[in-house]
Design a protein around this ligand. Structure first.
Ligand code: FCB
Length: 481
């Protein structure tokens, strides 16, 4: 009960919704607005393969995945879905799925194999071919500059905790912008900045495998500096570009109605959902997370950083998978001041998990979209990722009957339609993922694709039932059964 009350007060905050809610009263509840973009997402290391081709350098994920014991079954992204060679086939699949937007990322080590220096033209050519082919197919490119594959030499020089990495990132962004900003209008600077800094530098579970809470805080600051610098570089390259990042957002609910847990949930929200948004929009960090007196020292803050971080984003991308219940952790959790403990939130009565073990919590998409609309003064929103691991393979008939994925997507899309009806300015939805692919530490064991990939049979692709269902949603612009 307490949770509902808390939620209601949060939603009352997002009061901007009321007028639009009234305006949208006559549209069917599962209808999306005209012009809504339906898409799918992938990331370079997860799908491309061709890890040593055309002058590509080593990334932290190559190094990590090649270290025995780090990845389930010691899988790696050497071949992955082989999209580097099969991108035309992937684009044909996007068309068959009626999709109008493709979110993909650029591998920094293909562009600057050592993380610095001149462009590797053969690597850049690949993204020009891919982008041109998408445009020709009438599909909007949504390009992510960084989806976790830092060039290994930059990690050797200190990685994201080293603020020089922000300068290197600005150089890289300038090279990519010169090559693509004339034809790519929509950009995500970072994918999930909270996830890659936290998993990579605080928990050590992802590349580069460091568990150093203080270095982690520095990494978050470098990423904010890099975000601001890349924003300016892209804008300078082409005035019409629209820039956001894909933020990993989680609605936070207090585990109990105690004041301590409510305050912890608010701290967790600011740290998880706003740590890379507020610096961009307002030039400062969310208050009440790090101890004020130590914040500058903990982050390695220098005078003028407020101006560097500031990047008035044109839209925000939201990656949503689940919600969390938050408790106060009086003895701390390694990040000074944060003092929170999180567990997955479950939908009341629906104690279901996807095959990767993440709780299914569709209402959380509504909650976080409404909250982020409020926090950003109603900036346009694109859902840059949402989807489910559902490890169903071909049946006796050779088809992939992945009904749980369709059910997952439908439940989430209904919540998204509700948020739009209540005034949230959402203009696009991207399913994670177009293809089954390399799921980081889970290797190839978790299948998120709308399209099945047979990793034993030359990366053969086959559209799953859920893919066909999603194609019909995209065609009708409605999330009907
Ligand atoms: C997100 C990542 C994406 C994918 C999905 C399942 O956190 O951004 O690359 O692995 O999870």
């Amino acid at each position: 009960m307490h949770r509902r009350r808390w939620l209601q007060s949060m939603l009352a905050l997002a009061a901007g919704g009321n007028a639009a809610a009234a305006a949208g009263a006559e549209t069917p509840p599962d209808q999306f607005p005209p012009g809504f973009l339906w898409g799918a997402a992938t990331a370079a290391y997860q799908v491309e393969g061709a890890w040593q081709e055309d002058g590509r350098g080593e990334s932290i994920w190559d190094r990590f995945a090649h270290t025995p014991g780090r990845i389930r079954n010691d899988d790696n992204g050497n071949v992955a879905c082989d999209s580097y060679h099969r991108y035309a086939e992937d684009i044909a699949l996007l068309r068959e799925l009626n999709l109008g937007s493709y979110r993909y990322s650029i591998a920094w080590p293909r562009i600057q194999p050592g993380g610095r220096g001149p462009v590797n033209v053969r690597g850049m050519d690949y993204y020009q071919r891919l982008t041109d082919a998408l445009l020709q197919a009438g599909i909007r490119p949504l390009v992510t500059l960084y989806h976790w594959d830092l060039p290994q030499p930059l990690e050797d020089a200190g990685g994201w905790p080293n603020r020089d990495t922000a300068d290197r990132f600005a150089d890289y962004a300038a090279i990519v912008a010169r090559a693509l900003a004339d034809r790519v209008q929509h950009w995500c600077i970072f994918n999930e900045p909270q996830a890659f800094t936290s998993l990579g530098y605080r928990q050590g579970r992802h590349a580069p495998g460091r568990a150093e809470p203080l270095a982690f805080l520095r990494a978050t600051h470098t990423v904010n500096l890099a975000q601001g610098r890349a924003w300016r570089v892209l804008k300078a390259a082409h005035a019409r570009v629209q820039i956001g990042s894909a933020f990993d957002v989680t609605p936070m609910f207090p585990a109990t109605p105690s004041y301590a847990d409510m305050a912890a949930a608010e701290r967790a929200h600011r740290f998880q959902n706003l740590w890379f948004v507020t610096p961009a929009l307002r030039g400062h960090y969310p208050e009440g997370v790090l101890p004020q007196a130590r914040q500058a020292e903990l982050l390695g803050w220098r005078g003028g950083d407020d101006k560097i971080m500031r990047a008035p984003l044109d839209f925000i991308g939201l990656n949503y998978y689940s919600g969390a219940l938050v408790s106060a952790a009086p003895h701390g959790n390694g990040v000074p001041g944060l003092d929170t403990e999180l567990q997955w939130a479950r939908a009341p009565g629906a104690h279901r998990r996807t095959d990767i073990g993440w709780d299914v919590y569709p209402q959380g998409l509504y909650d976080i979209v409404m909250r982020m609309a409020h926090e950003t003064g109603n900036l346009p929103i694109e859902i840059t990722e949402n989807g489910a691991a559902c490890n169903i393979g071909p049946g006796a008939d050779g088809e992939i009957h992945d009904a749980p994925r369709s059910a997952f997507l439908q439940a989430h899309l209904r919540e998204l339609a509700r948020a739009i009806r209540d005034g949230a300015p959402v203009r696009a939805y991207h399913c994670w993922s177009l293809l089954d692919n390399f799921e980081w530490t889970e290797g190839y064991s978790q299948r998120f694709g709308l399209v099945y990939v047979d990793f034993d049979q030359h990366q053969q692709r086959r559209i799953k039932d859920a893919g066909r269902w999603y194609a019909s949603v995209a065609a009708a612009n409605r999330c009907q059964a």
